[in-house]
Design a protein around this ligand. Structure first.
Ligand code: FES
Ligand code: FES
Length: 216
């Protein structure tokens, strides 16, 4: 056969075919930009910055990646794992903490935004020997099943009672000029950002009503 070379040398036809394939591959790479896409990306240096705040009454200074959320700083830098990561997208409320007395979703907030802030997590509300009244009420009224949403629910419920006391209306407030009061409807509306997959809602509402001093 014409292109067979029993000595092991590549015949002219084989060489031409090989060259054509190489040229085609180069052309495809150029057109698709495949070469650029598969080239290893240059590693960007991580930008670090410092923040000082108080967490559960303790002054703390941390240096971290500027993109760190408050939730990750609490859990992974300070090992305060009572604050839970549910959705990490502001949908479930499991990560609720108090910042200067107001509740926020810590997954939606960068830690560096909290210079000089006072942050309270579930660990700072009470201790096993000295529970916050809302923690005691959750236990008494069985306001949880798996407990995963509970730290966020408790922090949120504590802040809700303060919001009502401060006269801040909600979407369920019938009369914006009337004295704000704790009602089941008010409480449920205000807690709508805290999702409990186990469905402990009625017991949570009873616990909060007891702390608010009203019948649930
Ligand atoms: Fe923050 Fe779900 S983890 S809202
Ligand atoms: Fe299980 Fe709320 S107690 S998610």
């Amino acid at each position: 056969m014409e292109n067979e070379d029993r000595t092991g040398h590549i015949s002219r036809r084989e060489m031409l075919a090989g060259t054509a394939m190489a040229v085609t591959a180069m052309a495809i790479t150029k057109v698709t930009g495949l070469e650029a896409a598969t080239a290893p990306a240059a590693i960007q240096p991580v930008e670090l910055a410092g923040v000082s705040f108080r967490v559960n009454g303790k002054a703390i200074t941390l240096e971290m990646d500027t993109r760190t959320t408050l939730l990750d700083a609490l859990r992974e830098k300070l090992f305060l794992t009572g604050t839970k990561k549910g959705c990490d997208h502001g949908q479930c409320g499991a990560c609720t903490v108090l910042v200067n007395g107001k509740r926020i979703n810590s997954c939606l907030s960068l830690a560096l935004q909290h210079e000089d802030d006072a942050i309270t997590t579930i660990e700072g509300l009470g201790t096993p020997d000295n529970l916050h009244p809302m923690q005691s009420a959750f236990i008494k009224h069985d306001g949880y099943q798996c407990g995963y949403c509970t730290p966020g629910q408790i922090c949120s419920a504590v802040a809700v009672l303060e919001e009502i006391k401060a006269g801040i209306p909600s979407h369920a407030s019938a009369d914006l000029n009337a004295q704000m009061a704790f009602t089941n409807t008010e409480f449920r509306e205000r807690m709508s950002g805290n999702i409990c997959r186990c469905g402990a809602y009625s017991n949570i509402a009873e616990a909060a009503a007891e702390v608010a001093g009203v019948k649930g």
